[in-house]
Ligand binder design. Sequence first.
Ligand code: HGY
Ligand code: MN
Ligand code: MN
Length: 416
Amino acid sequence: MSTPGANLRINSARLWDSLDQMAQIGPGVAGGCNRQTLTDADGEGRHLFKRWCEAAGMTMGVDTMGNMFATRAGADPTALPVYMGSHLDTQPTGGRYDGVLGVLGALEVVRSMNDLGIKTKHPIVVTNWTNEEGARFAPAMLASGVFAGLHTQDYAYGRADLDGKKFGDELARIGWVGDEVVGARKMHAMFELHIEQGPILEAEGKDIGVVTHGQGLWWLEITLTGKDAHTGSTPMNMRVNAGLGMARITERVHQIAMGHQPGAVGAVGQVKVFPNSRNVIPGKVIFTVDIRSPDQTKLDLMRGEVERAAHAVAAELGLGCAIEAVGHFDPVTFDAGLVTVVRGAAEKLGLSHMDIISGAGHDACWINRVAPTVMVMCPCVGGLSHNEAEEISPQWAAAGTDVLFHAVLETAIVVG
Ligand code: HGY
Ligand code: MN
Ligand code: MN
């Protein structure tokens, strides 16, 4: 059987139904999801995903970081598998599709291969990477980072959430510590389908994003120490106000990103204020700066500017200032050959498409270090993500999954 015809399609209704069923696990309060990594809801979602994979005839492997690998046998068991997947964990106020479309779209590809009786030379593996978001345990893409050798497992197991709970303890608590050595698996290729999480594809009227690159990022955790004091009786000239320092640095981060346009972003997303009492001047604040750019030079310049600005503000206000890099990866260039395969699949399917740089980080950014890797993107409404109102259309979901389907079939080589 030659390369499958352009008429092959996945089952869009089944995909949409699976997305809806998964969204019922760890629901948010406004229609989205709160299925944070290593919570009971994450564990429940994992069990559902495992049941679905086994019902599709796949066998499930799990590594010591909880990464899940469902394998569909190939005609040549010695051939390195073609992987496709993303993540099932969500932000606290996450959407239904960030990550989940990539995992369940990959499952739909296998389900469709089964329906059509398609056999491939290379085995196919559907993957769920643990803790992509980094919302509960920083940094983002933690488990794919361990898999790719960027972090040690000990480092990952020791990461703590805001309540002081450790990653390794929580992974054991939900019962998802696997027996495979993390990173031992070798890949022929890895595909990740993901919503764009930005406005470009929708604005340009394109159904498919062919992801050629991913921007790099730094997460800098800044701790400012001042002095707790009464907000009423303490004269303004006697205050050592860590909250004021955080406000000034937050503004500087915005100005620094604006100073490197186009193609730079910056914000403060997570803030911890101590003692966080209405009538106490904050004596300590811990906050994370997220800066990104596809341009390595800009990214490095911004890091230096943010650090200098933080220390300058702290000096002005008499604050202690400590800065720790808690997340980082350089801009990513995906595999040119697989980019061509994805672009060709979109053209074969008659779908509008454009090359795009990923604004968000993804597990594919790390896996790209150890195997040929590429991403496929679909639009999302208003470019909104990391918000419970995140929305995509069933048509966009199907189009992206069809491109994934054809690109994977071409790469895994259809033999019957
Ligand atoms: O932070 C990111 O870009 C990803 O959503 N974890
Ligand atoms: Mn994601
Ligand atoms: Mn995300």
